[in-house]
Design a protein around this ligand. Structure first.
Ligand SMILES: NC(=O)c1ccc[n+]([C@@H]2O[C@H](COP(=O)([O-])OP(=O)(O)OC[C@H]3O[C@@H](n4cnc5c(N)ncnc54)[C@H](O)[C@@H]3O)[C@@H](O)[C@H]2O)c1
Length: 426
């Protein structure tokens, strides 16, 4: 009825007025919908807290200034090889815990090392800046950028034809995956694919050594974990993205002839470590007098970890790098079969988390307030234990630091670093 009335003009004048009114209404509607859409876009991309898009897009939209003669000079100098058989390595995640240690070790033995890191705020970025300052003193420059930035990666390879990539940039942490799943997809999957895309097309292709994780063993109960064991039951999205990385590595090796070595690290700890890891925040909380949660499995089962000291992990990284064969592709095509490997890098002596706390109590001379509770189902597994015979056979990997000694070094660093005015509560 209404519809019919609107379509029956009674006089030409009225029709003109109605047309204008209709036009005004349309304009109002358009304005309304435009404002609404812009609001939604603003909310989704810039305001939405802890959603799939928030961190991912904020990080990927962020642009970093780069380029220029002075910038290129710093890159060349950082990547310059100073020893006879040295290699030039692009280290992604160089402002991170493992990346900073590996970069220094490479530089110290005369290899070239250039860092790349986006300095994200998953944990206190001032710690990353501290590591950056340390690396700068050793002549290692860290380019500030994201592994998803293809033009930046291409530019870096234009400036330096890296022989190797040590790929350690990732969204780490098991529990955070429930809060911000998008950041894992962004860095561990999209970022890894981007990096491989660039590596496959540069001439010569570099050999790539990258960090997988012991978490790929997931719900596996057969111990110690061997590289031959099943890894198709991840207990967290983090683990699933690392497992996906191993499959992606297989594809790029198979199609493009990239030499790829994955390293499954087992709970790495030590000076300049990660504040989101138990040994680190237990130390902070014990010193502050806060209660610390200690998890136990079903039927009061022990939760234990194969804690591996950072220096042993660094030796494993260098061993993998030194035995990595050249990639075999060129012009974006595979020319011959290429090397594809996965190694466990652990300590092979799991320690109950309660023992870790007792060692910290002794070193800090403070009694911990323990709150023993059932392990929540948020991605953690009850037990990890590495079989390291493959890495031993291939490059003589042999961890030498026990937890007591390693924690002593960590605590010494921690007290020194945070007594120098840095806050440990961020
Ligand atoms: N520390 C461990 O116990 C452990 C265990 C198993 C596996 N790993 C793996 O080892 C590697 C290094 O771990 P870590 O403990 O040094 O972690 P970390 O968080 O200290 O270092 C990772 C670094 O990568 C950077 N990064 C993240 N996403 C990036 C991106 N998209 N582009 C550029 N830079 C990015 C971060 O800013 C950070 O500095 C990671 O791949 C991690 O998953 C670590």
């Amino acid at each position: 009825m209404l519809h019919n009335m609107d379509n029956t003009p009674s006089s030409p004048g009225k029709s003109k007025m109605e047309k204008r009114t209709r036009w005004q209404t349309s304009l109002q509607k358009l304005t309304f919908w435009s404002i609404l859409s812009m609001g939604v876009i603003y909310f989704v991309f810039f305001r939405a807290p802890s959603s799939f898009t928030s961190d991912t897009s904020r990080r990927s939209l962020r642009t970093y200034g780069y380029g220029g003669a002075a910038w290129e000079k710093k890159i060349r100098s950082s990547a310059a090889v100073t020893s006879k058989n040295g290699v030039s390595v692009l280290v992604t995640g160089a402002a991170g815990f493992v990346g900073s240690h590996v970069s220094i070790a490479l530089k110290n033995r005369g290899d070239g090392a250039l860092g790349l890191d986006n300095f994200n705020d998953y944990y206190d970025p001032s710690l990353k800046r501290g590591r950056q300052a340390l690396l700068a003193k050793q002549g290692v420059f860290i380019v500030e950028g994201d592994i998803n930035d293809v033009s930046l990666l291409k530019k870096l390879f234009e400036v330096v034809p890296f022989t190797h990539v040590m790929h350690l940039a990732a969204q780490a942490g098991v529990r955070y995956a429930m809060e911000n799943p998008g950041s894992y997809v962004h860095s561990n999957i999209a970022g890894f694919v981007n990096l491989l895309e660039v590596c496959k097309s540069v001439e010569p292709q570099p050999a790539i050594v990258w960090a997988s994780s012991s978490s790929v063993y997931g719900l596996n109960t057969k111990v110690p974990f061997s590289e031959k064991d099943r890894t198709d039951q991840p207990a967290s999205l983090y683990a699933a993205t690392k497992k996906a990385g191993e499959e992606i590595a297989h594809t790029y090796n198979h199609i493009y002839g990239l030499s790829l070595t994955g390293l499954r690290f087992f709970t790495v700890y030590g000076p300049w470590g990660r504040p989101d890891m138990a040994y680190f925040f237990f130390t902070k909380d014990i010193l502050k007098g806060n209660t610390i949660p200690i998890f136990e499995g079903a039927n009061h089962g022990t939760v234990a970890r194969d804690f591996t000291y950072i220096d042993d992990i660094v030796k494993g990284c260098l061993g993998a790098l030194d035995t990595a064969e050249k990639s075999t592709g060129s012009g974006g095509k595979k020319r011959a079969p290429a090397q594809l490997r996965v190694f466990n890098l652990g300590n092979t002596s799991p320690v109950p988390v309660t023992d870790l706390v007792s060692i910290l109590e002794r070193l800090l001379k403070v009694k911990a307030k323990r709150n023993v509770m059932r392990m929540p189902r948020n991605g953690d597994v009850q037990f990890t234990h590495a079989n390291i015979s493959y890495a031993k056979r291939e490059f003589g990997y042999k961890p030498t630091t026990n937890l007591e000694t390693g924690l002593k070094n960590f605590v010494r660093w921690y007290l020194n670093y945070y007594s120098a005015g840095k806050k440990a509560d961020q």
